[in-house]
Design a protein around this ligand. Structure first.
Ligand SMILES: NC(=O)c1ccc[n+]([C@@H]2O[C@H](COP(=O)([O-])OP(=O)(O)OC[C@H]3O[C@@H](n4cnc5c(N)ncnc54)[C@H](O)[C@@H]3O)[C@@H](O)[C@H]2O)c1
Length: 253
């Protein structure tokens, strides 16, 4: 049921971190992968790694805030492989500022990448998927999405964007179901990627967070890939509009 052989998947922000892990996991599962991010050069490295393991992938530059670049990536996937089956909306930024110091530019940058970027990619992908009458979208939110019993100081703009992703996922699940397009979100806890470097610089804060995670450790990107592949596959055929938490038990505490 989780067979992804021959499926065409676009993964935003896949030059490093979780996006890279997802790209390699999809390639290993036999999918054809569009690796895209702000630096094409680094995407090429991911493609080479995928190819070394027998996978098939292409590298493209795509700033998710740029509609033209987003549309071009979808076009390139369709012109190379004839279709687009899966979008993983993964690109994101997290900039830590106390709320009283966040500037309008900081706010706009975060909302543009984390929320507008998800809209642009979802719309471009869904237009193609609607023509095919099939598709699956996985949106990467976060435990910082709100309404979970924990607040996250110094990233108010990030939290607003992640809450927006969850709300958008629910709205799109309704609108896209008639086209046989499923859309779900995931809400990772603390995962070992360059994004958490600033948190790790404060060992006391890091220790405090891990003390609240029953499993007592951060997650590995590959552990999140397992969930993304499941949601993107036919094994999740009755799932749409859901947000699945993957956090080592953090929100259970
Ligand atoms: N690491 C965590 O603990 C954690 C927890 C919850 C959610 N997330 C989310 O997971 C996703 C992946 O983050 P990560 O942890 O791998 O961090 P990361 O910083 O390693 O990866 C983010 C990627 O997004 C790319 N990106 C940034 N701006 C972009 C733009 N304008 N266009 C295209 N790509 C852009 C970056 O180049 C980078 O490759 C993000 O959406 C993040 O918010 C991360």
């Amino acid at each position: 049921m989780t067979d992804l052989k021959g499926k065409v998947v676009m993964i935003t922000g896949s030059r490093r971190g979780m996006g890279k892990a997802h790209a390699l996991a999809f390639a290993k599962a036999g999918a054809k992968v569009v690796v895209c991010d702000i630096s094409q050069e680094e995407c090429v490295k991911v493609v080479k790694e995928a190819e070394k393991n027998g996978g098939e992938a292409i590298a493209l530059k795509c700033d998710v805030t740029n509609k033209k670049e987003v549309d071009n990536v979808v076009k390139a996937a369709v012109s190379k492989w004839g279709r687009l089956d899966i979008l993983v909306n993964n690109a994101g930024i997290a900039q830590f500022f106390p709320f009283l110091e966040i500037t309008e530019e900081d706010w706009d940058r975060t909302i543009n990448v984390n929320l507008k970027g998800y809209y642009l990619c979802a719309q471009a992908a869904a237009k193609q998927m609607a023509k095919q009458k099939s598709g699956a979208i996985v949106n990467v939110a976060s435990v910082a999405m709100g309404q979970v019993g924990i607040g996250f100081p110094s990233i108010a703009h990030y939290c607003a964007s992640k809450g927006g992703i969850v709300a958008m996922t629910e709205a799109l699940a309704i609108e896209l179901a008639p086209y046989n397009i499923r859309i779900n979100a995931i809400a990772p806890g603390m995962i070992e990627t360059p994004m958490i470097d600033p948190v790790k610089q404060d060992p006391k804060n890091m220790k405090g967070i891990l003390a609240r995670v029953p499993m007592g450790r951060v997650g590995k990107p590959e552990e999140v890939s397992n969930l993304v592949l499941f949601l993107a596959s036919d094994a999740a055929s009755y799932m749409t509009g859901s947000t699945v938490v993957i956090d080592g038990g953090w929100l259970a505490t």
